[in-house]
Design a binder for this molecule. Structure first.
Ligand SMILES: NC(=O)c1ccc[n+]([C@@H]2O[C@H](COP(=O)([O-])OP(=O)(O)OC[C@H]3O[C@@H](n4cnc5c(N)ncnc54)[C@H](OP(=O)(O)O)[C@@H]3O)[C@@H](O)[C@H]2O)c1
Length: 289
């Protein structure tokens, strides 16, 4: 089993290292910008030297994960390639969904095998929970040994792998953002609308949660089209008109509502849920500002 180093033991770096430690990988060293952050991560992972010295950390691991923010991957790679280290025999993986393995060119040129290794999951905090990797996909892209190592690690975590083409990564990552980050933006909008409703002391997110959970479950059991319910799926003109009236008090959400409802109507059209004439009438109501 090869030793692992983590450069950037933030949310992903810590969750990944903690899960790998539970799977009997040896986490040799981890680095953060601040020592206090590295020590916090070390406590969660349960092993490895906590450091702010990227050179030492890279030297310790045969597999080096770069888990810094996307905008810093290039800079860190340049920094690492400037150190007098033996990169041959090392595997370097980064965790960005957007960037390709080619962003690691400088260490590849020095002899490392490189790949991008993106966990298709949301990690909102540093924690030791191997279950958050079980059954997920890793978007893997690169070549050679790094690809095999990525596949092996994913399998050890109980995850699956999709082999991505480098040119597909931006579209792939935009899709991931819609499915997770922007879904959250929508939930935040729903919560702020509920702030005006008397929910008898129930917090908005608790009231919404069963609805959200069942909607997602329906997508899994059926598909997006068949899971669509609500006024767009029924062609309820008066309900949509009323929603637009409500949103007169929330002008910042109006365009989002209009555009997403038009999209929902297009889904309803593909699914043949309501007659085309009705869809046309509703789309012109939504596009009439
Ligand atoms: N979070 C997610 O849900 C998620 C999901 C899939 C993929 N990813 C990808 O995973 C990567 C990391 O994201 P994240 O959310 O885990 O970010 P994060 O929580 O902000 O962690 C970034 C870590 O990098 C460290 N860092 C920054 N500059 C550094 C430097 N010069 N040297 C050493 N360490 C440095 C930070 O140190 P400090 O703690 O001291 O600031 C922090 O620990 C990104 O490529 C992201 O796209 C994230």
């Amino acid at each position: 089993m090869r030793d692992i180093s983590i450069i950037g033991a933030g949310k992903v770096g810590t969750c990944l290292a903690a899960a790998l430690a539970q799977k009997k990988f040896k986490i040799k060293a981890i680095s953060c910008r601040s020592l206090s952050s590295a020590k916090e991560s070390r406590k969660i992972i349960g092993q490895g030297k906590a450091s702010t010295n990227n050179r030492q950390v890279a030297e310790e691991g045969q597999i080096v994960f770069i888990c810094v923010p996307d905008d810093k991957i290039k800079k860190i790679t340049k920094e690492l390639s400037g150190y007098n280290l033996d990169w041959s025999g090392k595997v370097v993986l980064h965790c960005s969904g957007l960037h390709p393995a080619a962003i690691l060119k400088e260490v590849k040129d020095k002899g490392a095998s490189t790949a991008s290794f993106h966990p298709l999951q949301s990690f909102p905090q540093k924690m030791a929970d191997i279950h958050q990797f079980e059954g997920i996909y890793f978007g893997l892209e690169g070549a050679g040994e790094a690809l095999s190592v990525g596949e092996e690690i994913a399998a050890r975590l109980g995850a699956r792998v999709i082999l991505l083409r480098a040119q597909d990564k931006p579209a792939y990552h935009t899709a991931c953002s819609f499915a997770s980050n922007l879904l959250l933006s929508l939930l935040d909008i729903a919560e702020s609308l509920l702030a005006k409703v008397d929910l008898q002391q129930q917090p908005p997110h608790s009231v919404l949660f069963p609805l959200v959970q069942k909607t997602i479950q329906n997508v899994k059991n059926l598909n997006t089209g068949q899971a669509l319910t609500g006024p767009a799926a029924r062609g309820d003109v008066s309900t949509i008109r009323k929603h637009l009236e409500v949103l007169a008090d929330f002008p910042q959400y109006q365009n989002i509502y209009r555009q997403l409802t038009v999209h929902a109507l297009q889904i309803a059209a593909w699914e043949k849920k309501i007659p085309r004439q009705k869809i046309k009438a509703l789309i012109s109501l939504l596009e009439d500002k």
